[in-house]
Design a protein around this ligand. Sequence first.
Ligand code: WT7
Length: 672
Amino acid sequence: MLKLAGKEDKKLKTTVFQDETRIFNPPKELVEKSIVMQWMKKKGFKTEKEMRAWCSSDEHYLEFWDEMAKTYVDWHKTYTKVMDDSEMPYFHWFTGGEINITYNAVDRHAKGAKKDKVAYIWIPEPTDQPVQKITYGDLYKEVNKFANGLKSLGLKKGDRVSIYMPMIPQLPIAMLACAKLGVIHSVVFSGFSSKGLMDRAADCGSRAIITVDGFYRRGKPVPLKPNADEAAGGAPSVEKIIVYKRAGVDVSMKEGRDVWWHDLVKGQSEECEPVWVDPEHRLYILYTSGTTGKPKGIEHATGGNAVGPAQTLHWVFDLKDDDVWWCTADIGWVTGHSYIVYAPLILGMTSLMYEGAADYPDFGRWWKNIQDHKVTVLYTAPTAVRMFMKQGAEWPDKYDLSSLRLLGSVGEPINPEAWMWYREHIGRGELQIMDTWWQTETGTFLNSPLPITPLKPGSCTFPLPGYDISILDEEGNEVPLGSGGNIVALKPYPSMLRAFWGDKERFMKEYWQFYWDVPGRRGVYLAGDKAQRDKDGYFFIQGRIDDVLSVAGHRIANAEVESALVAHPKIAEAAVVGKPDEVKGESIVAFVILRVGNEPSPELAKDAIAFVRKTLGPVAAPTEVHFVNDLPKTRSGKIMRRVVKARALGNPVGDISTLMNPEAVDGIPKIV
Ligand code: WT7
């Protein structure tokens, strides 16, 4: 059973977040010209608050989604019902309709005014290779040829295909080709091991794996195909491996099973009829690792994912026709699925896509990309912001970032220190930061500022229009302003997950069981995060429900202590774990990475402890601070506290093959 934040919460002298008094108002021009403001004017809304509340209300939310679905998507056959909750918690959206998402993302632009508009500016990692500009017209041809190739292999609607590719244009092309045929794609991050791929391909019964010979990492070609071979060895459903030649590394091709991409598309027609599907037809399965246990195959539906991502991208990041959008995520994550592939293409936008590492050839690469291609909106993660913070502002300072007009953040709570640095050094001290809170399960942002929202550093502000997000205590009561509990979705929304592949019981248990029997709360989605609202109603996410320490009867979120630590001028990153303590239950132990130019010392450790004591109160102060060079992270940049803790306590660390930097584990000192 999940352990939840209880009443002790309110006693605790916390948090840094609640004490946030800085407000950053959006510039008038941004507000006036924003897409959301145009819509508000059209509808006659006077205030943001009124608008947000109306769109998410019991009376109007289906009307809202109906309008959005018709605004952003061309339906082959119009649905007859917006939402059907008769099989709760299996909600169905856009019942009776027919759709093809690739038609919406590519065909309608390629056949219309946007044929020659650039869809992707693709920057290869090696600096001596040319940048590619891929128009909607190009995309149309490439997707169709590849879709016809897939068809020729016998792949058809409902089949699953695993895609295991680096950040090259063929990755979205492969996804779009699958979706054109109603084939369900399951993208596996290319940094995962062969076992990671094997488990996922076997779980969903993939008939094929699409991969590359190899890819570039920090200037060197790295083979990838051998991993697919190993994975196929343990995933009996895999009949075919399709290999795109990216890095020119030697690979062995198995007769009858393996086929080169370039051979598959040779002679294929540049036309391919879309397969029209029911809006509930699964668009993709994406595995989310969870902190423990077997990865969960999250099932996402086609209709909802054509509507939700496009609408939220349009409203939150305010994308206009001449914007250049850069989401720095890897497409192997939901962020990339929704906000590099489906949403920007459905909106007909130009996106930048970068193949490689942020520090290749040096820490100026991202800023050069922005300068060279006049990126206007940048969406990245707090872990990246902190990495750049650690390297110092001289890197972004060398480049002209004046094209930027809006910034975004996703992945974990952004500590106010990093937020301020991001605004100051990337945003010229002027740009608004859209801190979007969401999950693999949700498909879209749930809480986020809009360009019209006054911001507080570290807050994802309010539920977006159409999303009824709240904070409940364990009994299911809404908590008053100024306190915290479980963040939940009170209503369904189009892009929400539909199921776990092959595991009904776990789906029920994980998200719905908790409030199922509470009167009036059936169908409430438990997100698994702890959150608070301040007196003005601003939401502050505090981390996962299970990432909570218990110190002398006080519940303290690990993330709160980490946030306090990284506000220290000499600390770049921190992981906080609980060490069993006979008296207090747990004592707080911190592992910290220093900013460049600082040396570990016992004085600095003491100073860090004093710093947290002052910020959060004595109960939240670490008893030990250890200096490390690196911390183990997931591929999406989250510090794996579970692994840090196991290693520090001398327990087995479990399977760490899917970490970004498994070698970091060895550098964690034992504390018992
Ligand atoms: C978990 C979901 C959403 C795409 C990337 C991660 C945390 C995500 C924020 C944010 C605070 C955040 C939550 C959430 N999270 N964005 N803006 N503020 N926390 O997807 O791997 O499914 O992780 O990431 O804990 O539950 P994911």
